[in-house]
Design a protein around this ligand. Structure first.
Ligand code: VGL
Ligand code: ZN
Length: 201
């Protein structure tokens, strides 16, 4: 069992990020069994759930003529336009059927505001609007985080960087993550996480 100040953060292990889903990540389903086993070691387990309204600004379908995986400049910075995914209430937004959700004490939903995306478990993509997770962890006395899930180069990456910036000691378990890898985004993410002081295990 890990110490009482350790938490496991399970990022976006949802149907749409697994094979057959709308934004499928290669091998996304291969990490589920390992995550289920690892959760048993932690007295604090948090899951995040990408959770978008159908008119979400990160969906290419909501921008006339825009292709999925193209870029758009938003007020808060550059944004990748994604295929519609993790729509509130849809099957794609549900956790993978084999993920042992019962082991989570807290589920943080993010990306529910139509005008702004939220990759990170801590801040929306303006890097300012909090999700509330920092308060939850601090009030539970947590200062060390292990992160796993999908996708290494987007939601895991931004969550890990934000957590390090907030003063948590952060380890990403790479074997229990899978990447989208859009135009070198995985290498860029690994670099950025290392610079932010995140440990790769
Ligand atoms: C994610 C793209 C869009 C992720 C979420 O979980 O990494 N990526 N929404
Ligand atoms: Zn999303």
């Amino acid at each position: 069992m890990r110490a009482a100040n350790d938490a496991l953060i399970v990022i976006d292990v949802q149907n749409d990020f697994c094979p057959g889903g709308a934004l499928a990540v290669d091998g996304g389903d291969q990490i589920v069994a390992g995550i289920n086993a690892l959760m048993g070691d932690f007295s604090c387990v948090v899951m995040t759930q990408d959770w978008h309204p159908a008119d979400h600004a990160s969906f290419a379908s909501n921008h006339a003529g825009a292709d999925p995986y193209s870029m758009l400049d938003m007020a808060y910075g550059p944004q990748v336009l994604w295929p519609d995914h993790c729509v509130i209430g849809s099957t794609g937004a549900q956790f993978h059927a084999d993920l042992d959700v019962d082991q989570a004490q807290m589920i943080v939903r993010k990306g529910y505001r139509a005008g702004i995306d939220s990759y990170s478990a801590f801040f929306e993509n303006d890097h300012k609007t909090p999700t509330g997770l920092d308060g939850y962890l601090r009030t539970r006395g947590i200062d060390r985080l292990t992160m796993v899930g999908l996708a290494t180069d987007f939601c895991v990456n931004f969550s890990a960087q934000d957590a390090a910036g907030l003063g948590y000691q952060v380890t990403v378990e790479r074997d229990l993550c899978r990447a989208i890898d859009l135009d070198g985004s995985l290498d860029a993410a690994l670099d950025a996480m290392a610079k932010a002081g995140v440990t790769m295990a």
